[in-house]
Design a protein around this ligand. Structure first.
Ligand SMILES: Cc1ncc(COP(=O)(O)O)c(C=O)c1O
Length: 384
């Protein structure tokens, strides 16, 4: 059977994860080597130096390209390293249109580092297609979208944006971290590149950082292989192995994340202490219809409005089963406070401009028993 005819869960386990030909080991080995012996000058087995390529990394890159439906993928030391690598495709004078509600570390990179190199960034509400169209200029090279956004869970219509971008010139790059390729396939909707922080759902166990860029065209693949070799922010063989192990259970984990996400969101939407719930799987989400059309599940990212910083503090202090911490997408329920954590770098004015309040609390619902998560949230909310 051709590999591309296999279902998602089968590809997650088998693509790039063939038994080791030299030993028969069922699990891809960690090739902890910096270099490779050569038989004579220019004669080797395809590997010369581990910054350029490493067999464990090759296996992961094949696997992630298959899961996203791309041509190749290239892994980096973190999600931010992957985003930074993608931006090195740009030249001074180029312009990028981006979602105005990105993970806070991304505008920090764009505004505080990359603008020093002559790049320009315009932030718009990419759920508004007219705003995207209006923001594109003659020198716009990339439209950069996160959907759903963090922490407001606003969706952008990827198919419509790819049509606008391709008619006007730029490429569409989508950060698919929140949904994982299990629930959302941006390339099938027209994206030119897909980015992930593999730190999140792809790894799934909160035990390693990583990032990936998935490409759709051979010339992009060549450029990213060159960037890995030249700039060197590659993912280590051990962390590649952790992601390879993580993706084997991606399908079952995402099903459970989604089931728990729906149950917890329904509970929170009925709770008296919760002023508002942001979750694309609730029928009163303003883009529920787009969520159903664009995603095959709603995932497990939920944001709630507690009303004030004091209320958020009161609640977060009381958590027992759920952990207070940055990050998301692990098997454990992780709760964060966007205003002081992921979006602190935006400053109060920046946060206010896009609607992030001090009372917001973001929940990455894990795969524990839903009843235990709910009981923990209920007793914590009682402190408000
Ligand atoms: C949506 C999104 N993209 C990118 C990143 C950056 O990834 P990393 O922390 O692996 O550098 C994050 C981190 O939280 C994220 O949430």
């Amino acid at each position: 059977m051709e590999k591309n005819e296999l279902g998602f869960a089968t590809r997650a386990i088998h693509v790039g994860q063939e038994p080791d030909p030299s030993t028969g080991a069922v699990v891809v080995p960690i090739f902890a080597t910096s270099t490779y012996v050569q038989e004579e000058i220019g004669k080797h087995k395809g590997y010369e130096y581990s910054r350029v390529s490493n067999p464990t990394r090759t296996c992961l890159e094949k696997n992630l390209a298959s899961l996203e439906g791309g041509r190749t993928s290239h892994v980096f030391a973190s999600g931010m390293a992957a985003i930074n690598a993608m931006c090195t495709l740009l030249k001074s004078g180029d312009h990028v249109v981006c979602t105005n509600n990105l993970y806070g570390g991304v505008p920090r990179l764009f505004n505080q580092i990359l603008t020093n190199y002559g790049l320009e960034f315009t932030y718009v509400d990419t759920s508004d297609l007219h705003a995207v169209e209006r923001a594109i200029r003659r020198n716009t090279r990339i439209v950069y979208v996160e959907t759903p956004t963090n922490p407001l869970m606003t969706l952008s219509d990827l198919k419509a944006i790819s049509q606008i971008a391709h008619r006007r010139g730029p490429e569409l790059v989508v950060d698919n971290t929140f949904m994982s390729p299990y629930f959302q396939k941006p390339i099938a909707l027209g994206a030119d590149m897909v980015i992930h922080s593999t730190t999140k759902f792809l790894n799934g166990h909160s035990d390693g950082l990583g990032g990936v860029v998935v490409c759709t065209r051979p010339e992009q693949a060549e450029k990213f292989a060159f960037i890995q070799k030249s700039a060197g922010a590659i993912l280590s063989p051990f962390e590649c192995w952790l992601v390879l192990r993580g993706v084997k259970t991606l399908a079952v984990r995402m099903e459970k994340h989604d089931a728990n996400g729906r149950t917890v969101a329904a509970f929170l939407s009925r709770h008296k202490k919760v002023k508002k719930v942001f979750y694309p799987g609730l029928p009163d989400h303003p883009q529920y219809e787009l969520a159903e059309r664009q995603m095959s599940g709603f995932g497990s990212m939920i944001t709630i409005e507690t009303g004030s910083l004091k209320n958020a503090q009161r609640m977060l202090r009381k958590l027992r089963v759920c952990f207070l911490g940055e990050s998301l997408g692990g098997v454990e329920t992780l709760i964060s406070h966007p205003a002081t954590m992921t979006h602190a770098a935006l400053g109060e004015k920046g946060r206010r401009a896009i609607g992030i309040t001090d009372g917001m609390v973001r929940i990455s619902v894990g795969i524990e028993d839903a009843e235990d998560i709910i009981r923990d949230l209920d007793q914590a909310l009682a402190a408000i």
